[in-house]
Ligand binder design. Structure first.
Ligand SMILES: *Cc1c(COP(=O)(O)O)cnc(C)c1O
Length: 369
């Protein structure tokens, strides 16, 4: 008998969330961003729910190959472009579109031998200072690409640092959008600037030819806790669930787990859940992190250990050994625990939790698209 923990991927939720990106940006095409193995959901498991996308965006060439192996014939965009010259051969063979963010990538293209001219997206560093050409170098880079026989179409892209919330003393996306519009003015090509946060919060200004829907496709909220999944009408694409494998009655003064980080003030019952940080549950989740037992909301107690964590059964007399525990996602009887709430309690973001589910957790799709 394997441990009772498992992760379920909800095909219908993925399709619903992708539809939300479309509804926000009805005149744009939608990239489903499936980097990091579809944000931990698994490319193959997520694909049935996301196949209505206009394209898939990711970073890893091996992941692009997996999408082609699923028989996806449409656009695939490498968001960071190629990492070495021979990657361009795979781009030619698999018809991958790729970002071009630095001079080296143009040098490599210029030396690349291909009968299949490439479609590229030239990336502007509009202020995030991660990847991309500086505004002053953007037009020269465009002209270089435009002169290459290896390139047939050039799109234009940038990425926002603060689409989820205005930074104190700054203006959110306005300065980056202005930099992009100035740099792109008069240049032919499709535009893409919006991530999930921009698609949800600033679609009127940012939904151009393509939007790049990452976290929202999985039902995660980029601007939690200002807004939650219900506000944006997003559904969890992943449920992490397990069972109670032990019950302990506590007397006042009894403590729970390593470091005795929780002390009972009164007599109570606790449940021990087969889920720990080696499953990807955040070790930093403190006492009080929300969790569902038999669909009812309760809290974690004490430190998360490698394979187990403790939950409060004080208000749940009918629950105990064998009860179903929802760490995040969809619980029994319509109960739901957004991953964002768990992440927030643990001082991180839903993105990190969904990407971190450990390989030892069996993961499967519920498969009804
Ligand atoms: C990851 C990524 C996205 C998607 O971001 P979300 O916040 O998950 O929507 C969009 N664009 C680029 C360039 C990215 O790297």
């Amino acid at each position: 008998m394997p441990r009772p923990i498992e992760a379920l991927i909800h095909t219908e939720a993925l399709a619903h969330n992708l539809g939300r990106a479309r509804a926000q940006a009805p005149n744009a095409r939608v990239w489903a961003v499936v980097k990091a193995n579809a944000y931990g959901h698994g490319i193959e498991r997520a694909y049935p729910g996301l196949r209505a996308a206009d394209g898939f965006a990711l970073l890893d060439l091996a992941e692009a190959e997996r999408l082609r192996a699923l028989d996806w014939r449409g656009p695939i965009l490498l968001l960071e472009g190629v990492f070495e010259p021979r990657d361009l051969e795979l781009c030619s063979r698999l018809k991958l579109w790729h970002a071009v963010h630095c001079e080296q990538q143009i040098d490599w293209l210029a030396m690349h031998k291909t009968h299949e001219p490439h479609r590229v997206f030239l990336k502007l560093n509009s202020g995030m200072n991660r990847l991309g050409f500086a505004p002053a170098a953007f037009r020269a880079a465009y002209a270089r690409l435009d002169a290459l026989p290896q390139v047939d179409e050039i799109g234009l892209m940038t990425h926002f640092s603060d689409a989820d919330a205005p930074r104190l003393g700054a203006d959110g996306i306005a300065h980056q959008l202005a930099a992009f519009e100035a740099a792109a003015e008069g240049l032919a090509g499709e535009r893409t600037v919006a991530n999930s946060a921009a698609t949800l919060r600033h679609a009127a200004r940012t939904a151009n030819d393509w939007v790049r829907a990452g976290i929202m496709s999985y039902g995660g909220v980029p601007d939690f806790p200002e807004h939650d999944a219900a506000h944006w009408d997003l559904k969890p694409a992943m449920t992490l669930r397990s069972k109670i494998i032990g019950v302990q009655p506590l007397q006042p003064g009894d403590t729970v787990g390593y470091g005795s980080a929780f002390t009972a003030e009164r007599a109570m019952r606790i449940g021990i859940v087969a889920c720990g940080y080696a499953d990807g549950y955040p070790r930093h989740a403190p006492t009080g992190t929300p969790v569902l037992v038999d669909g009812a909301r309760t809290r974690t107690l004490g430190r998360v250990s490698m394979d187990m964590l403790a939950v409060d059964l004080g208000e749940l007399p009918a629950s105990g050994f064998g009860s179903e525990v929802t760490l995040w996602g969809e619980g029994p009887r319509g109960a739901r625990l957004p991953i964002d709430e768990v992440a927030h309690a643990a001082g991180t973001i839903g993105y990190e939790l969904m990407c971190a589910v450990a390989p030892r957790v069996p993961m499967r799709s519920d498969g009804n698209a």
